[in-house]
Structure formats: C-alpha cells, structure tokens
Design a protein around this ligand. Structure first.
Ligand code: NAP
Length: 254
C-alpha cells in the first residue's frame, strides 16, 4: 500500500501572507492545499512555488457552507500536517456604512471559518502532532473605530486561538499570529485609505518567517517586528478608554 501524501492547508493563498506561507512551508510537506476565491490568482501564485504540479488549488468562499465543505473534501486522501487559517478581510468605514450581511460575512470568514476548519481537522492534526497557525491581527488587541467588526473578529480569533493553544499543548502546536500593517492586498480590499506609517509596515515574508519560527519553538503568540511589538506593548499598558480615543482621532484624520 502506498503512503498517503502529507499535506498542509493554507487558506487565503491568493493573497500576500498566503503566498508567503506557501513558499515557506512548501518544503515541509508533499502537497500544499491552497484555497481562495480567485482561481486565476491562486493558479498564478502556485507557479511561484518550486513544485507547482504537486499542489492542489481549491476555489472556495469560506463564508459559505459550500466553501467549507469543499475545503473538507480537499484534504481527504492526505495525511494532514498543518492548517494555516489565514483568509480574511476588513471593512473600513462607519458601522452603518455596510449592511448587516456584510458584517456577518466578515465574521463568518475571519472568525467562524478558522473555528469550523480547526474543529473538523483537529483529530487528524493530533494524530501527527501537527500544527495550526491562526492569522489574527494587532487590530484584535484594542478596539479600532472605523473597523469595529474586523477588530471584533480578530479579538475573538486571538482569544479562541490562545485558549486552544493551551488546551492542545503536547498534542497540536498552535501559533496565534498578530501582525501589524504589512504591504499586501489587505488595505485595498478593505477600502482603507493610504495612511502615515508606511515605514512601519513589516514585509509579508518577515511576518510569515516569524510565525514559522514561533511554530518551531513549539507554538505561541507572535507579533512580528520589534516596532509592532512596541505598539502591542503600548496597547496592553494603556487604559482602554485612552487607546480607543487615541486611535479614533488618529484614524479619523486620515
Ligand atoms: N496585511 C496586513 O496589514 C494585515 C495585518 C494583520 C492581519 N492581517 C490578516 O492577514 C490575513 C491575510 O491577509 P493579507 O494581508 O494577505 O491580505 P490579502 O492580500 O487581501 O489576502 C487575503 C486572502 O484572504 C482570502 N479571502 C478573503 N475573503 C475570503 C472568503 N470569503 N473566502 C475565502 N477566502 C477569502 C483572499 O482570497 P480571494 O481574494 O481569492 O477570495 C486572499 O487570498 C487576513 O486574515 C488579514 O486579516 C493582515
């Protein structure tokens, strides 16, 4: 009997962090399973890998049951070593500028999809002492006005991921990744204006390298880049009322 191929599943692989994860994790499995909604971009990204023909593409909207089911089916016949819950987007603007359905789709993609995928795939990952990397955000560390539902989704993701990390200690390695701004498609997709602080962006390759270094230390909470770690520390030390108002004034001026 031939052994099943080992696989790592990366959601949101048609975007900036997703491509960087695919590149940096390719050497750790026989097959990458790369998901997104934009098939043309997924195919183009696959060509940037060393063994494009080895990897599988799954076109799936993670806000839908159909999309989640398509991802479940894609891992059948593989020995799953890792899951990277990376797909996500933001909505920039006043809460009422978007429909309730838009906010629900954000929560479904950024928070519920990682929980649903992990719930289904955890037994397989436990079997191999595998890993889960949850791509959260510094936006989950203190409430962000103009991006309230995104901030809420990422706060939820971080809390759930950190609880899971401790629950799974010794069985599945869990990384909670909380990057600050990074030059990917995120800003354009979210409708965020170009803001000051461009020099504070950490490159996607460095963000992903930091996540994988944390994984190799056995898992943990990771804020890539010293400047964003300083920002995180300030978020933790400031009273909430103060940090919310400072961010509100800063962002409103853009
Ligand atoms: N870049 C930043 O500044 C930053 C900072 C902190 C955290 N993050 C987080 O990093 C993760 C990756 O984002 P990125 O920065 O690489 O941005 P990106 O270039 O816009 O990539 C986002 C990825 O998520 C996928 N996606 C979005 N909605 C989806 C849905 N409903 N179903 C399936 N896939 C969906 C996109 O695929 P399709 O377009 O093909 O659907 C794309 O592959 C996100 O979770 C984001 O919140 C980003």
């Amino acid at each position: 009997m031939t052994a099943k191929p080992t696989a790592i599943l990366v959601t949101g692989a048609s975007g900036g962090f997703g491509l960087a994860f695919a590149r940096q994790l390719e050497g750790r499995c026989d097959r990458l399973i790369l998901t997104g909604r934009d098939e043309a971009r997924l195919r183009a990204h696959r060509e940037h890998l060393r063994r494009p023909d080895a990897h599988r593409i799954v076109v799936a909207d993670l806000a839908s049951q159909q999309g989640i089911d398509a991802v479940f089916q894609s891992v059948e016949g593989c020995t799953l070593k890792g899951l990277v819950n990376n797909a996500g987007f933001g909505l920039w603007g006043a809460f009422t500028a978007y429909s309730a359905a838009d906010h629900a789709a954000l929560i479904a993609t950024d928070l519920l999809a990682p929980m649903r995928l992990t719930h289904h795939l955890l037994p397989a990952l436990q079997h191999r002492r595998g890993f889960v990397i949850n791509v959260s955000s510094l936006a989950g560390e203190s409430p962000l006005s103009w991006m309230g539902s995104y901030s809420a989704a990422k706060a939820g993701l971080t809390y759930w991921s950190e609880a899971l990390r401790i629950e799974q200690e010794g069985r599945v390695r869990v990384v909670t990744l909380a990057p600050g701004p990074s030059p990917t498609g995120f800003r354009a997709v979210s409708g965020m204006p170009e803001m000051l602080g461009g020099g504070l962006r950490t490159p996607p390759e460095a963000v992903v390298a930091a996540a994988i270094a944390t994984l190799d230390r056995g898992g943990g909470f990771c804020v890539p880049g010293w400047r964003h770690r300083m920002l995180w520390l300030l978020q933790k030390l400031s009273p909430r009322e103060l940090s919310v108002r400072i961010m509100h004034r800063y962002l409103r001026a853009r």
